[in-house]
Design a protein around this ligand. Sequence first.
Ligand code: CP
Length: 322
Amino acid sequence: MTRTPASTALKPRTIDAGNLRSDLDLSKAELNAVLDLAASVKQRPAEHRKALEGKYVSLLFEKPSLRTRLTFELAAKQLGADSVLSTGAIGGREPIKDVARNLERWTHCIVARTFAQDTVDSLAEWAKIPVVNALSDMYHPCQALADMQTLKERWGELPGHKLAFVGDGNNVAHSLLLDCARLGADVAVVTPPGFEPDESIVRMANEFAAESKSKVTVTNDCPEGLRGADAIYTDVWASMGQEQEWNERARLFAAYQLNADLYSMVRPNALVMHCLPAHRDEEVTDEILELPSSVIFDQAENRLHAQKALLLMLMAGSGGKP
Ligand code: CP
């Protein structure tokens, strides 16, 4: 368990990029700073309850959400700010560059859940206020922050530990690859053939791993990828927008279900992780999700604390980009 001394309130530093378009906008030092602040915010929430007083967050959601939307709304309120919500296609009624330049006149940060990564990037290009990726088809950096916080609570530091992700090499897998490799945890992504993570992400993860002296494995072979893992993570087989592929994916992914057989391949009592929502008895059995070693609701709780830290770092002080 990582502990922050009771007497020292961490002061938020800023994030150089001014945005969180993807995990790549955070240097290793900034990633550690967000996680340290998240731990401090979790322990002593009252110290930050007026930090963003008078500020507003725009929430733009093209896709459904329970955790991300509610934890950003709560994060804003618990920091003294407030939020406004717009659902539906971003850029459907007017160009994204116009959306961005409206929102910057009324609010101090944009949190966007999109299909295309380009939508997040365009918002960030045009808005003079910070833009946060609340999940795109390519990345889920806010989820990964909460996941890294959860792992640090359990492990202390990440080097010397291994996380294995099994299933689709999707946005969650991409963000885990980047953050684990940067922080020095070994990370494996185990997928059916044809569902491997994006090659450019694997390349960058390998570069981070070379610096942090960790190891990245991408394989279709469960025993190879899962061997020695201290945490095993899975996600739905068909992400939002891929539902029409579900029947075909169910057939291809069946051997990659996180069940007792796969769990026997990792270390005894390995942490069980899922970003949620989970489809019980599809990608993961109910039995495995309910194990005492399951940390799925710690992950969900930490969405709130990690995102509070992120908003503080992006919005406190100038509240804008450099
Ligand atoms: N894990 C996650 O992003 O949950 P929601 O889709 O409910 O926001």
